[in-house]
Write a new protein. Structure first.
Length: 204
């Protein structure tokens, strides 16, 4: 896996996961994998995140582990050092994009406006995260920018549900979607339900 475009092909749904306890990371990854989802975006929103990435990278090598919510150059380096195989950012400051390039990892930089998408395209990036998807115009917005920006493909994330997922995935400029609903049962450590939701998502 060498490019952001490759990331869009790993699964129709990329689980966006917040881990509060690093002990939950491996069983969560195994449940997703058992359900047919071979990728996980573990967000750097909690103190446990880097340890969770380390554990998944070491103990569940068959899943492609990435770090999401990369908002600083330091986080890009820390995530790479922890064993992340890709990076995802919610937005696209020059410093963060530079750090992602320097990491050597494929990454999905976040964009929610046409100007942001064009700036990222100027830097040779054609696979982007569209965030926050629903709040930024959702399916209608992505449909409207496909004409002027035909070379770009997106992973929309933010507010997408299992019900709205098919309408996003039907768009020609959408490669996959980010979904947090797959691991909602994590609150009660219900890994069996995570596996079931993963199987439903893999079938999309």
């Amino acid at each position: 896996m060498t490019t952001g475009q490759d990331l869009l092909e790993l699964s129709p749904v990329m689980p966006v996961v917040v881990i509060d306890d690093a002990d939950d990371a491996v069983p969560t990854a195994r449940a997703l994998l058992a359900g047919g989802i071979g990728v996980i975006e573990l967000t750097l929103r909690t103190p446990a995140a880097l340890a969770a990435i380390e554990r998944v990278a070491a103990e569940v090598p068959d899943i492609v582990i990435g770090a999401g919510t990369v908002t600083s150059p330091d986080q890009a380096k820390q995530a790479a050092d922890a064993g992340a195989k890709f990076l995802v950012t919610p937005g696209c400051t020059d410093a963060v994009v530079d750090a992602c390039f320097e990491s050597g990892l494929p990454f999905l930089p976040g964009a929610s406006t046409v100007s942001e998408a064009m700036r990222l395209a100027e830097r040779g990036l054609s696979a982007l995260k569209f965030f926050p998807a629903e709040a930024s115009g959702g399916v209608a917005y992505l449909k409207s920018i496909a004409g002027p920006l035909p070379s770009l493909r997106f992973c929309p994330t933010g507010g997408i549900t299992v019900a709205s997922a098919p309408s996003y995935l039907a768009l020609p400029n959408v490669g996959c979607i980010g979904g947090s609903w797959l691991t909602a049962p994590l609150a009660t450590r219900d890994f069996a339900t995570i596996e079931k939701l993963a199987a439903e998502a893999a079938a999309l």
